[in-house]
Ligand binder design. Structure first.
Ligand SMILES: [Zn+2]
Length: 496
């Protein structure tokens, strides 16, 4: 039985340079059958086709997040967001409230606490947490993800009260303070592992949030991505818990073993190899060797380069390694700092820059305080990157930022910070450029031509927005009217 045609009527922005605007989109099955004038499409549609009237809505190709950590984001949604508390007292009240909603003995998990927002001269201690909640284990993750705070009950359960290790901080009297630095390895075997059911529920919930925001494709860019994770995503796709298309960027030490293990599908595909650089500690020759190996195997690379010295190492690796294979893209992740002097070198490297402009809103006030004024235009740049002819795609880096694509679009267009200041005014771009960076550029960055564009033959992944949404403040809450992936309506505000 052939699926019914769906004719969606509104103001269509196609992101197809051949036909930028249209009156309607006709969908048959998983693909787009036509884009154009309403009368023409109505004549072309099957007799039994039905019409979706968007009442002046804006119809766009669906959004595509070019860099996030989906599993981590999914799991943080079940945790208390501590990033908004403005004092230790507020944090303690928040913890008590959260504890009241959990079952007895259940772990209380919080994340994204930020000592700069708490306005405390030091990180909180286990005694500060005990004051709020002592009768159940509490774990708070710092926003930088390199520090964990535990209360006394948690340290007890984890066997860390008497455990001597450099990660477990102790005070002058030898008492553990509750702070555990860079404890990922130490904690992995001790913390309770989430059950398969908990992971599936978390991913299902995160997918639903993404679809409500019109995001139907994401790129999972965790450096720890290995065979086990790759298999997990396949299982979650098969069970229907993964509601979005996922491009999996395998970690640099793991990719050879999983490259041939599965056939690519329309839901799950491999992206470029993710290469991590950590502050100053990375050997440029090692990075170059990773790039060489990936290129030799016909794969692109995505080099994590946060600051100026990371960027220099990445550019060295691209310059000195064997050429990129045809049809494959290399990229630089974050590029949070690009000095003027390096823009031409980035252009010459023929790489895509994958940026997080939402940080201009979220962290912009701190950047303004921390960086000298002459560097303000170098931070999270986008306008000058595009002007230099460098492809530019946007990711949220969720859970660092919520994967709300309009946060990025509004940041790209306005560059306004939380407090209302402007960071790097000359880096602003116009709205259609901002939409291209959040919709079509991420697909092109993974070599996919039939996503992120509304034209005959492309995947029927689209979103309907209220027109006024793009004018609202960066942090305004919203959902799409409707979101469609592979021709199926997967989110509808009316049905919610
Ligand atoms: Zn990231």
């Amino acid at each position: 039985v052939e699926a019914d045609d769906v004719l969606i009527v509104g103001r269509v922005i196609t992101l197809d340079p051949g036909l930028p605007e249209a009156e309607a989109v006709l969908v048959r099955g998983e693909r787009i059958l036509g884009v154009g004038r309403l009368d023409d499409l109505r004549a072309e549609s099957l007799f039994r086709g039905h019409i979706v009237e968007t009442h002046g809505g804006l119809i766009l190709p669906a959004f595509h997040d070019a860099h996030l950590h989906l599993l981590k984001y999914a799991r943080t949604r079940a945790k208390l967001d501590c990033g908004t508390f403005g004092s230790l007292h507020d944090l303690q009240i928040g913890l008590r409230r959260q504890a009241a909603m959990l079952s007895p003995g259940e772990w209380l998990r919080g994340w994204a606490y930020d000592e700069r927002r708490l306005h405390t001269p030091r990180h909180p201690s286990r005694w500060d947490l005990d004051q709020a909640v002592a009768d159940r284990p509490v774990r708070l993750e710092h926003r930088g993800l390199h520090l964990d705070l535990f209360n006394t009950r948690a340290l007890d359960l984890l066997g860390l009260m008497d455990y001597q290790a450099p990660e477990v901080e102790r005070d002058d009297r030898g008492q553990p303070t509750g702070r555990v630095y860079d404890g990922a390895r130490l904690l992995r075997s001790r913390l309770p592992r989430p059950s398969r059911r908990e992971i599936a529920d978390a991913v299902r919930g995160a997918s639903r949030q993404l679809l409500a925001w019109g995001v139907t494709s994401v790129q999972e860019a965790s450096a720890t991505n290995d065979v086990e994770q790759w298999e997990l995503w396949h299982a979650l796709a098969e069970s229907g818990d993964l509601g979005v298309r996922l491009f999996f960027l395998p970690g640099a030490t793991e990719w050879t073993s999983l490259r041939e293990s599965r056939q690519p599908s329309s839901r799950l595909r491999l992206g470029p190899v993710k290469i991590m650089l950590t502050d100053g500690g990375t050997d440029p020759h090692l990075v170059r060797a990773h790039v060489d190996a990936a290129h030799a195997a016909g794969s692109g690379v995505a080099i994590h380069a946060l600051n100026e010295s990371d960027l220099a190492i990445a550019l060295y690796a691209f310059r000195e390694s064997r050429p990129t294979p045809p049809g494959v893209n290399d990229r630089i992740e974050h590029a949070a700092v690009i000095p003027d002097a390096l823009l031409a070198d980035v252009a010459e490297a023929h790489v895509t820059v994958v940026g997080q402009p939402g940080l201009v809103y979220d962290r912009g006030d701190m950047y303004l305080a921390d960086h000298p004024p002459e560097q303000h235009d170098w931070l999270h740049r986008s306008g000058s990157v595009l002007a230099a002819g460098i492809p530019y795609a946007v990711g949220s880096d969720a859970p660092v930022l919520p994967p709300d694509p309009l946060l990025a679009v509004r940041s790209l267009v306005r560059r306004v910070t939380r407090s209302g200041s402007v960071l790097g005014q000359s880096e602003r771009v116009d709205r259609s450029t901002a939409l291209a960076a959040t919709i079509v550029a991420p697909s092109l960055a993974v070599g996919v031509q039939d996503l992120g564009i509304l034209r005959r033959g492309a995947w029927a992944d689209l979103v309907v927005l209220d027109q006024a949404l793009l004018e609202q403040p960066a942090n305004a809450t919203w959902t799409a009217q409707l979101c469609m992936t592979s021709g199926r309506i997967v989110w509808s505000r009316e049905a919610d």
